[in-house]
Every structure is written in C-alpha cells, then in structure tokens.
Write a protein that binds this ligand. Structure first.
Ligand code: ZN
Length: 359
C-alpha cells in the first residue's frame, strides 16, 4: 500500500476575538522572531490595532506592508530580504494576496506560516495552495517551487472578518458551493482514470458545501454569525486539501473555468470577478454538464445574493464562452467532466445559455 503524507494545521482558533490567542500560540510554537506581512489601508490598520500590540512585548516582530495585488516579483523581493534575517515564522494578516505572499515566502524559507485572514472570500486562508495566476508566474520563472505548505496555525477572528465587505463573504460562499462539482469531478477521474480518491477528503469538502447551504438565511443576513459559518467551511475545505495532498477535493472544472477567466482577463484586459464568484457560476454550468441538479446550486447562490449570470459577474458573454471552451487546457493532468478535449465553443455557449448564465 502507498504511504499517505499529510501536513495539517496544528492550531486553529476561530471566533470573536480569536486574536487574543496569538501570544499563547506564539509561545506554544516557541517563536522568538516573526515577520508580519500585511496589506495597505484597512488590513494594515487592523494589524496595527489588534495584532502588533499583543506581540510587541512578547517577541521580536517586524512588520511590512505590501500592495494586496501581489505578483511574483513582490514575493521574490520579500524572500530575498528575509534570507539573512533568520525569522522563526511568518504571519500574514490580510486578504488573499497577503496570505499567498506569506505562504510562499515561508515555504521558500522553510519556516512555519501563520494565517490571520481579515476576510473569508476563499479557502486559501487555510489550504496548502496559492492563487492560480501567481502559481503560473512562479512556474514560468522556473527557479522556485510553487508547492506550498499548510499554515501551522490559523487565527480567524470573526469580529475582524465580519467587518470586511459582504461581497467577500459571499465570494467565500461561492467557493464552498463549488465543492459539489469539484468532488463530482474527482469521483469521475477516479472511475475513468483510476486516480487515487480519498473518501475522507471528499466528505470533508462536501461537508463545507453542505454547511454553507444549510445556513443560507444566516449568511444572507451577514454579520458575525455569517462570518463564522463561512470561515468554518473555508477551514474545513483547506484541511481537506491537506488530507488529500492536493487541491483535488476543492477544485474541479468549475475552478478551471474560473482560472481560464483569470487568464483571459489578463489577455484581453477586462475586469474579472472574485475567485469565489467565478467558481460559483462555474459550478452551475459544470453541474449541468454532469447531469446534476444545477438549479439547486444556482438557487443557493441566488439566495445569498451571489452572481449567477454574466451580467452580475460583469463579464461579457463571449469571454465566458471562451473560458468554458478552453478550461480543460488549464490543468490538462486534472481529469474532469470537460474530458481531455474539452467542449466545443457551440456546446459551451449552449450550456451557458440553458443554465441562464448568458442570454
Ligand atoms: Zn477556490
């Protein structure tokens, strides 16, 4: 039998004022010198107000503030500046870009990473993976690994997270609903390609989708309770990836569709929607291709106010058609309902039309 290797978070603290646990965790992990990476404006303000005062008398900290729109060069620069400094760990306090930056830098330095999300917009807050475009950039450069580790600790202060714009939370909902189709794609690859399948990881990812779907009234209402439900689901999904040793349980054709939109947005210079928003819409159409109850997914997204059409995404129909048509090329090794050859442009248009995503 093959050996399964898993690296999962050691401390997960979630709830109102979870930040107060920081000194305790830093002590348990025996950290003496920590680099804190944060964003600009709002996340910087949160870090300075909530995180820094708790740690400043306990350990040696340094804080850097970066633009949330990070690219490979930002990360490389931080990594190079860190090399001589001998930090014990990196703590990233911010949104997706900041978390990604901390995660990669810590992985390259081979030191622990602490995730302190200020929003709950996707499962990157807890997973051993980074955003698609950044991963591609690192791959293109060639010198660095794009494989990252799970955070050693996740501190999710729902009081902080609930202050983030509601749109981010709803995006987190979309990323979780997408697990229905992601797991279906994985099962398909298992059946048709004999790909290893973990019942535990799949159940955990599905549980995240179920939890958010069962709590639609709470999520629609927003606030601390909604932040708690979404954050819990995001953490579960991140851990499912750590158990599987890949993003398989959390990412299928609907994610490839979203990644394709990201690529097209760079190529044609249009504004893309949020990751979870795109994945949610992707999940409607790939559920349709699977012959699943796609209306159930669409209705759940609609019920919380997530986008379900091209108009609501703010992306032109032609790009959505193109994205679905080329989605299978995004990760050719990852078998999904799109098959090896993908679907024709006409079939893509038809699927998007039938599901009401385009008119
Ligand atoms: Zn995702």
């Amino acid at each position: 039998m093959p050996i399964d290797e898993m690296e999962i978070p050691r401390y997960v603290v979630m709830g109102e004022n979870a930040t107060s646990y920081l000194p305790k965790i830093v002590k348990k992990l025996n950290l003496k010198k920590v680099l804190i990476i944060t964003g600009k404006k709002n996340t910087k303000r949160i870090t300075e107000k909530k995180v820094v005062p708790l740690l400043t008398n306990e350990i040696n900290i340094e804080v850097i503030s970066i633009d949330s729109k990070i690219d490979f060069h930002t990360v490389k620069e931080i990594f190079e500046n860190c090399q001589e400094k001998r930090y014990d760990a990196i703590l990233a306090a911010g949104g997706g870009g900041v978390i990604d930056c901390g995660k990669i830098t810590a992985s390259w330095l081979d030191i622990p990473f602490i995730s302190y999300p200020t929003a709950a917009s996707h499962d990157g807050i807890s997973s051993p993976s980074i955003s698609f475009l950044l991963r591609e950039e690192i791959k293109r450069y060639g010198k660095f690994s794009n494989i990252v580790k799970s955070p050693i600790a996740i501190i999710a202060d729902t009081e902080v997270i609930s202050q983030a714009p509601k749109r981010l939370l709803i995006s987190g909902f979309g990323d979780m609903i997408a697990k229905y189709t992601a797991v279906r794609d994985w099962k398909l690859a298992h059946k048709l390609r004999n790909e290893p399948f973990s019942e535990y990881a799949a159940s955990m990812a599905l549980m995240s989708a179920k939890v958010v779907r069962n709590n639609i009234p709470i999520i629609r209402h927003g606030g601390e309770k909604a932040a708690r439900v979404i954050t819990k689901a995001l953490i579960g999904s991140g851990v499912s990836m750590a158990i599987a040793g890949s993003s398989r349980p959390a990412s299928g054709a609907e994610h490839m569709f979203s990644h394709a939109l990201d690529l097209l947005s760079e190529k044609y210079n249009f504004k893309r929607a949020l990751h979870g928003e795109q994945c949610g819409v992707g999940s409607i159409v790939t559920a349709y291709l699977h012959g699943m109850n796609w209306r159930k997914i669409r209705n759940a997204l609609r019920a919380v106010g997530a986008p379900t059409t091209s108009k609501e995404l703010g992306i032109a129909d032609e790009y959505l058609i193109e994205a679905l048509h080329i989605a299978h090329t995004i990760r050719p090794e990852r078998y999904t309902i799109l098959g090896d050859k993908g679907i024709s442009r006409e079939a893509a248009e038809e699927a998007l039309r039938v599901t009401g995503i385009i008119k």
